[in-house]
Design a binder for this molecule. Structure first.
Ligand code: SF4
Length: 368
């Protein structure tokens, strides 16, 4: 039997009822909903794409698309809203486009940012001291080893705090230290925002100038903004429209004087847009890392005070009362809980109703 998964421990610590319904047997009932939320399916497919991202963006997209198709064509219905409308009419093209854009952006980002890392281990399953899990990747930097964990998110705020308080991160750092020794420095959560960066079309205004809207730092990337600046400069230098400007740039169709003038315009534009460029260069709003360093002393303390006692408590199958934590909000475990409906029924004390819901809308997982 494999040990307690790190995410199971996180669930146990945040909601016992969700834990009891979802935990593997004999600790829990090991149920999963018959209907899956598209966001979870999409996240699984992006993870699969990321496994191939070091090859090239095309392979990453193919792996993503294959996984998404398998999930969409499989036995699951998909739902956009846990409680209401259920549909299988997912607009796949929309999700293909989103996945392609995210993985393309990721590929370029990783090329720039990951040169200092060496992959030490990839897709590593582990099982130690009664706990188990899987590392997306373990990377080696000049100062030691880091577990990399990828997360897709639609949020852009509060993720740092989430990462620092994550039980999963703590358990991963602890397990990595057991497996790889004291070289382990901690965990890096790499967040991928679900979104498509604004391309130059959206950044160049009708009059040929670049947008200065305040939110631009959160809606595009350094590369897209810089490219838009180049196009706007060519348009200005040659007094031509966007289409002609791109055509001449791509086909090396600029004369020397035009090139010189474009250079001057680029430099002055650089001055005007320096703040935006710097911010975009420092912080890609679609991909960002949150390192969570951990010391040996802290992990030793957490092992004694939290990890091993909690694993023991879970193995003892503690009594789970029919109460949940309640309302759905971003910081509540309820936000992405698939047991909302039976939970509401339990909390309404309509005895027996929650059993019917569990029976009709959930099934036992088959992968134990
Ligand atoms: S909806 Fe919230 S309270 Fe209810 S089981 Fe899920 S996480 Fe727990």
């Amino acid at each position: 039997m494999t040990g307690v998964h790190a995410t199971e421990m996180q669930t146990f610590l945040t909601c016992r009822l969700q834990w009891f319904w979802s935990a593997p047997k004999p600790r829990g009932l090991y149920l999963e909903p018959v209907s899956k939320h598209i966001a979870l399916t999409f996240g699984t497919a992006i993870h699969e794409g990321l496994r191939h991202a070091s090859d090239d963006a095309g392979s990453a997209y193919e792996a993503f698309k294959r996984t998404l198709d398998e999930e969409l064509d499989g036995g699951f219905h998909l739902t956009f809203n846990w409680m209401e409308e259920e549909t299988t009419n997912v607009d796949r093209q929309e999700y293909y486009d989103l996945g392609r854009s995210m993985l393309q952006e990721y590929y370029w980002y990783a090329k720039d940012h990951d040169q200092r890392f060496r992959t030490y281990a990839a897709e590593t399953k582990w099982d130690t001291n009664g706990m188990s899990g899987r590392f997306d990747e373990v990377r080696e930097d000049s100062d030691g080893l880091y577990v990399m964990d990828f997360k897709t998110t639609s949020r852009t705020i509060d993720m740092e705090e989430w990462a620092r308080n994550s039980t999963q991160g703590l358990v991963y750092a602890w397990a990595a230290r057991k497996l790889f020794g004291n070289d382990v420095q901690g965990v890096i959560f790499r967040f991928l925002k679900k979104g498509i960066p604004d391309t130059y079309e959206k950044l160049i205004l009708k009059n040929g100038t670049l947008t200065t809207r305040k939110t631009v730092q959160n809606t595009t990337t350094f590369h897209a903004f810089y490219h838009a600046m180049e196009i706007a400069s060519v348009m200005e230098a040659c007094k031509i429209t966007v289409g002609y400007a791109i055509d001449r740039m791509e086909n090396n169709g600029l004369t020397e004087p035009e090139k010189n003038y474009v250079q001057i315009l680029m430099q002055s534009a650089n001055v005007v847009y320096a703040g935006i460029l710097r911010e975009l260069c420092d912080h890609n709003p679609f991909i960002w890392d949150v390192p969570v360093p951990t010391s040996k002393e802290y992990l030793d303390r957490m092992e004694k005070m939290l990890i091993l006692p909690t694993a023991k408590l879970m193995a003892g199958r503690p009594f789970v009362g029919p109460t949940g934590l309640g309302t759905s909000s971003y910081d509540s475990p309820c936000k992405w809980c698939s047991f909302k409906e039976p939970c509401r029924s339990v909390r309404r004390e309509s005895s027996g109703e929650y059993k019917r819901i569990l029976h009709t809308q959930f099934k036992e997982r088959s992968d134990q």
